[in-house]
Design a protein around this ligand. Structure first.
Ligand code: LR7
Ligand code: MN
Length: 573
């Protein structure tokens, strides 16, 4: 594969970059406290081919290149707090621009060394863990689209500096058609100092999945390790991962993903005791869960690897041959999303194991929005998810389709992927749910589902749910018939729920709260005859305000048309 790949190595003299005549870029450069070069003039200065005056990328005064200064901002993984209001107008502009371009605080990152140290409060037990002394080596593959310079470099240096030389075969950087200037020749020139770092360039924007496949196609290591382009690996991160693969190459492993704050770049080390595992919901979104009871019991120590139904997607190690055997990723997946669940389901259903390894830690900058362009005119995430559902979910795909109102649209050809599943003789999705993720709430077990409509006003119960939006009031909204935030399930236990979020009434407003399974404030009664939704504890009924603007809880009244609710689908027992 990939005669068109350019693996760039040993390119030009290190630390020199050509001048650019781009005015806008020039202006930005002028704001940066960079110095003109004082050492190492390139040999070919004055050469016709190089009329412009070259500059150095590495300015010794630039804080990001400093090493070993323990008093510097962000050392030890500490927070860097920037008081924006104290900045000069130009600096303020830079600060805002950094956030705009990256959806994280680039300004703060630019104050932190790319070699910074990380917290030392690691789990005591991990310090004495012993690993196989003949571990396989790994290629570390990092795909990026327009990653910030200091952040990308910090990712690479954390790998270079914290991976034993004999375990690191190479670092493959796959540039998914970035257009930021620093991702071009400056990156090549900088990385040419490090023979293990290779750069591949996609020739058009492909998205992270096909970029990863391109990386895998050239990788030489026995194991492939994927990282996002805004990560920091902790000391000792790789050995625990490779050790699991050495024992069994069908074990796919994820580190604990520590949070690097998107604003302060603080590194939050997560102790083994708090290790979470991955799950998903019926809108096919990944989410985190505590370790289920049965696995807690079977493990003797908090640092023991733990089975995980799914992976977050970005950070994991897999035996290269095993990845190929599993058919890597669906190359029809565009831009972002879906590939994490595809691989997770496939691993379990086709005979492998997926684990999180509590002694391996890598930080990741979690951000609140996606800073780069996706495709226009097509919902790529939905399209990816449909491809995934078609191939791997069997009859359960219907639960996802209900969420998107059965509007599948064109999802392309999936025959190759179906063939793959057949050839691998994988188990059913039902087997996966019964054995690997029995905790998941399956909509088929609910009494009613779909929108909850008040016919008098044609408004529906509506709310976004999810981890960061709990305690959000539930409101009425004109019924849109698209599923989404108006899709509810009425469970056998009387919950009005979507995945793990329940409609909850504690005497004030009707709210969304994580389902606790203990009835109480989350128990409702519904009868299709009266069409009323009555809250068991308070005995009150759900009511639409007269102006249709609010949801109220009122004494039940059989004649009140604002207390009548219709589920789209009600299954008579
Ligand atoms: O078109 C693109 N091309 C790319 O190369 C879009 C993105 N990318 C790169 C990007 O530069 C980044 O390095 O792909 C990587 C992931 O994109 P992010 O960081 O914008 O998104 P994310 O961190 O939310 O992505 C999570 O979900 C993705 C679904 O496709 C991938 O699986 C990511 O790897 C995954 N990240 C993690 O698992 C880190 C932990 C987050 C959690 C939970
Ligand atoms: Mn990411």
């Amino acid at each position: 594969v990939g005669g068109r790949d350019r693996v760039i190595q040993g390119f030009g003299p290190p630390m020199v970059r050509e001048n650019r005549d781009n005015e806008a870029q020039e202006q930005i450069d002028n704001q940066l406290p960079r110095q003109e070069p004082s050492v190492r003039q390139p040999k070919d200065e004055g050469n016709e081919m190089n009329l412009a005056k070259p500059r150095f990328i590495v300015d010794p005064n630039d804080p990001i290149y400093k090493k070993g200064d323990t008093t510097q901002a962000g050392e030890g993984g500490k927070a860097v707090k920037v008081d924006k209001n104290a900045l000069s107008p130009e600096e303020k502009q830079k600060y805002d621009k950094g956030f705009q371009n990256n959806a994280f605080n680039q300004y703060a990152s630019d104050m932190i060394s790319i070699h910074r140290t990380l917290p030392s409060n690691i789990d005591q037990e991990c310090k004495t863990e012993k690993y196989h002394d003949d571990l396989p080596d790994t290629s570390v593959i990092v795909c990026f689209h327009n990653e910030a310079w200091s952040v990308l470099l910090r990712t690479v240096h954390s790998v270079l500096e914290r991976t034993p030389d004999k375990l690191l075969n190479e670092i493959v950087l796959v540039d998914d058609f970035s257009d930021m200037e620093h991702t071009k020749s400056p990156l090549e020139e900088y990385m040419s100092q490090f023979p293990k770092v290779k750069i591949l360039r996609m020739e058009k924007r492909e998205g992270l999945i096909r970029a990863r496949l391109r990386g895998a196609a050239v990788a030489k290591g026995k194991v492939l390790t994927y990282l996002d382009s805004h990560c920091e690996c902790m000391e000792g991160w790789i050995e625990p991962l490779l050790d699991r693969i050495k024992r069994d190459p069908t074990t796919v492993v994820c580190p604990v993903i520590d949070v690097i704050d998107d604003n302060t770049f603080e590194y939050h080390y997560s102790k083994a005791y708090f290790t979470n595992v991955g799950g998903f919901d019926w809108s096919l979104q990944f989410n985190w869960h505590g370790i289920p009871e049965r696995d807690r019991k079977s493990r003797s120590r908090a640092i023991d690897p733990v089975r995980s139904p799914t992976m977050a997607g970005g950070l994991f190690s897999i035996d290269r041959a095993y990845f190929e055997k599993l058919g890597t990723y669906d190359p029809g997946f565009d831009i972002w999303g879906g590939e994490n669940l595809e691989l997770s389901f496939k691993i379990w259903m086709c005979g492998g194991t997926l684990e999180i390894v509590p002694c391996s830690h890598v930080g990741h900058v979690f951000r609140k929005r996606s800073p780069y362009k996706w495709r226009t005119g097509v919902n790529v995430l939905k399209r990816n998810s449909i491809r995934l559902a078609e191939v791997w979910l069997d009859e359960y795909k219907q639960y996802y389709y209900e969420r998107i109102n059965n509007q599948l649209g064109d999802f392309g050809d999936i025959s190759e992927r179906k063939k793959l599943r057949e050839n691998l003789q994988c188990k059913s999705f039902k087997w996966y749910l019964d054995n690997i993720f029995p905790e998941l709430f399956v909509p088929g077990e609910s009494i009613a589902k779909g929108e909850i409509r008040n016919p008098a006003t044609d408004k529906c119960v509506d709310s976004a749910v999810g981890e960061d939006i709990e305690n959000k009031p539930v409101g009425p909204y004109p019924c849109h018939g698209q599923g989404g935030n108006q899709y509810w399930m009425f469970s056998k236990d009387g919950e009005i729920r979507r995945d793990e979020s329940c409609v909850d009434y504690a005497g004030q407003e009707v709210m969304i709260f994580p389902c606790h399974g203990m009835k109480g404030n989350q128990e409702w009664r519904y009868s299709p005859d009266t069409s009323r939704l009555q809250h068991t504890v308070s005995q009150k009924c759900l009511e639409m305000s007269k102006d249709g603007a609010k949801l109220l809880m009122s004494p039940c009244d059989a004649s009140n048309q604002f207390q009548k609710w219709r589920f789209k689908e009600y299954n008579q027992e």
